[in-house]
Design a protein around this ligand. Structure first.
Ligand code: NAP
Length: 261
């Protein structure tokens, strides 16, 4: 199939106030998209909107806490007010969580799942009617290499990101008949504000972190994958290696990771 064109693309991007989401929106601006951008930090979204205007893009800020029960419906209402159909949904909003399982009260899991999974699923559900009216529509769900392989100190985060991959694979098969693609993005370590979140800050795991890639690099890989209709990308060289070794030699990976448990 021919490449998907990004020119004038209409869509919704969550988690657009920093990191990968913000870099993605910035990378898309030269294509003059019409985007609804969602996050809690409104001033950051306003800045993105002003930047967008310089490119002739329309960037509509919508400040919203996606962990709240009615958030997905509200995003959908605003999307309906602005678009007759959407071609792109990027479910990128996410939070990290670090710590040994035995030191992590289950309430933390609820916080992680609320943002990383429930909001992603609900936003997708309520925006489906608009996606069905889109031009070669695509849903982009941001998972992680930790949605491929569980590692110590990140049990709750891994649980949320495995769920995102499973959900995405299932709906990809269902939505194909509506012509809707589903791309899973599984970043490895990326230099963003994720590690300054409330469930991350001040904790140091026992392993050396791999060199991070930039959010701009991930964003460019996402754009290319959307154009090409890819099903999954792992935009980190060490991340790709980790996923490969986990698949080919899971016991070896278990042995390595136990040293950091
Ligand atoms: N950085 C990495 O190494 C890495 C690796 C694998 C996967 N990922 C995934 O990549 C995605 C983007 O993360 P990032 O690394 O770019 O981190 P980031 O810079 O912290 O960005 C996270 C985004 O999510 C938004 N967000 C978080 N909680 C929210 C809430 N309750 N309501 C609305 N928006 C919320 C944040 O906006 P506000 O704070 O303004 O609300 C921000 O725009 C996440 O899904 C993350 O799990 C990141």
């Amino acid at each position: 199939m021919s490449h998907r064109t990004l020119n004038g693309i209409r869509g919704v991007v969550t988690g657009a106030s920093s990191g990968i989401g913000q870099a993605f929106v910035k990378a898309l601006l030269p294509f003059r998209p019409r985007l609804l951008v969602v996050a809690r930090r409104e001033e950051r979204l306003q800045q993105l909107s002003q930047l967008g205007a310089q490119y002739g893009a329309v960037v509509i800020p919508f400040a919203c806490d996606v962990s709240q029960p009615e958030a997905a419906k509200r995003i959908c209402e605003v999307a309906h007010q602005n678009f007759e159909g959407i071609d792109l949904l990027v479910n990128n909003a996410g939070i990290g969580a670090l710590g040994r399982f035995e030191d992590s009260p289950p309430e933390e899991l609820r916080q992680v799942i609320n943002v990383n999974l429930f909001s992603l699923v609900e936003t997708t559900y309520y925006l489906l009617p608009l996606l069905k009216k889109g031009r070669r529509p695509i849903i982009v769900n941001v998972s992680s290499i930790l949605g491929h392989r569980g590692i110590p100190w990140r049990s709750y985060y891994c649980a949320s990101k495995f769920a995102v991959r499973g959900f995405s694979e299932a709906i990809r098969a269902e939505l194909a008949r509506h012509g809707i693609d589903v791309l899973v993005v599984s970043p490895g370590r990326t230099a963003t504000e994720l590690f300054e979140g409330p469930l991350e800050k001040g904790k140091t795991p026992a392993w050396p972190d791999p060199k991070p890639v930039s959010a701009e690099y991930v964003a460019q890989r996402m754009l290319r994958a959307i154009q090409r209709g890819r099903h999954e990308i792992i935009p980190h060289p060490w991340g790709r290696l980790m996923v490969l070794v986990s698949r080919l030699a899971p016991r070896l990976m278990d042995w390595i990771l136990q040293r950091y448990g």
